[in-house]
Design a protein around this ligand. Structure first.
Ligand code: ZN
Length: 328
């Protein structure tokens, strides 16, 4: 088994959290698997969307910074986050998004896939990628998301990094994280994890010299996390990253996974996150995302935080069961 299996999660900055929930839950059909706070700034929410259980490879997370300036996509950033959809679902998605006044471009062809470019309610660039590998990802469907099973999102497909240069980022992907170059179209270089059965194992690098660097704000990605199966493998990866001359953080307990952060040579914040323990560590599968969860060290602050955090209308506030049939 490779040390890195693919993408674990992507974290981005959004505006108002309610708009964020409406887009990803009600429109894209992802499950809100965890409502918690930013552990480094507990007066801000941290929202996690994913498949039924928030399995690694499906999780898009947001820090809603309602008052922050708008960000700017550019080099040194993850510029696009791509979700996998079944091959027959392109028309469904184009109609569904357009009918909800979402900006949609495409579909266009790239490698052996069909791509729809979509901008979320805060301008974050997403793709819906139709590819045959969706057939192997039925497990990554959230059945109660209001999207018919045959069209539903199957977790991540890839992320796209924008880089001024190329060599040193490529070196880290290949030497440290186990990716291999598998294709090129114009300035897009495609890397994939060798021997990963897991899916969500593609990183595209856009080599764009003379392009302004991006800055973080609403509608941009904060970091991308790659998944590793165990704490032991994470330690080995961390040591190896430090030996390669990069500055890695200590291992940090994020309750739902353990994290190491480092900046790759092109300036993008990378994270190595463990698969365990996952989002059911503090809630039953049926109750995921139905109420604000806090780590133990913040429970004494709950009353204060609930006053400060914006009120949210959650997807299933009254059922508590969380398990509903389609068409209900
Ligand atoms: Zn993260």
């Amino acid at each position: 088994m490779p040390d890195i299996l693919g993408i674990h999660h992507v974290t981005a900055i959004s505006g108002h959290p309610q708009r964020n929930v409406n887009f990803y839950n009600s429109l894209l059909g992802l499950r809100l698997v965890k409502l918690t706070v930013n552990f480094d700034d507990p007066t801000t929410y941290h929202l996690y969307f994913g498949d039924e259980l928030g399995r690694p490879g499906t999780i898009l997370t947001f820090f809603p910074w309602s008052d922050a300036p708008k960000g700017h996509r550019g080099t040194g950033q993850v510029v696009t986050t791509s979700f996998l959809i079944p091959k027959n679902s392109m028309d469904y998605w184009k109609n569904r998004l357009k009918n909800n006044d979402i900006i949609v471009k495409g579909p266009f062809n790239r490698f052996d896939e069909q791509v729809l470019t979509v901008y979320d309610s805060d301008g974050l660039e997403l793709e819906l990628v139709a590819h045959s590998s969706a057939e192997d990802r039925d497990l990554n469907v959230w059945n109660d998301g209001g999207v018919p099973f045959e069209y539903a999102v199957r977790g991540f497909y890839s992320v796209t990094l924008s880089e001024e240069g190329f060599e040193r980022t490529a070196g880290i992907l290949e030497e440290e994280l186990g990716f291999s170059l598998t294709g090129q179209e114009k300035s897009r270089f495609r890397y994939k994890i060798k021997n990963s059965e897991a899916g969500a194992s593609i990183v595209d690098v856009l080599c764009l010299p003379y392009t302004p660097s991006g800055y973080i704000g609403i509608g941009t990605v904060h970091h991308v996390a790659f998944r590793t199966p165990t704490d032991e493998k994470q330690k080995v990866l961390r040591n190896s990253i430090i030996k390669a001359g990069l500055n890695a953080t200590p291992i940090i307990d994020r309750t739902y996974f353990h994290s190491v952060y480092f900046r790759e040579p092109g300036g993008i914040l990378f994270e190595i996150a463990t698969d365990p323990p996952g989002f059911t560590t503090d809630q039953k599968p049926s109750e995921l995302g139905t109420r604000l969860m806090l780590p133990e060290w913040l429970e004494s602050e709950r009353n204060n935080l609930e006053k400060i955090l914006p009120k949210l209308s959650l997807p299933y506030p009254s059922t508590q069961s969380g398990v509903r049939k389609n068409n209900e």
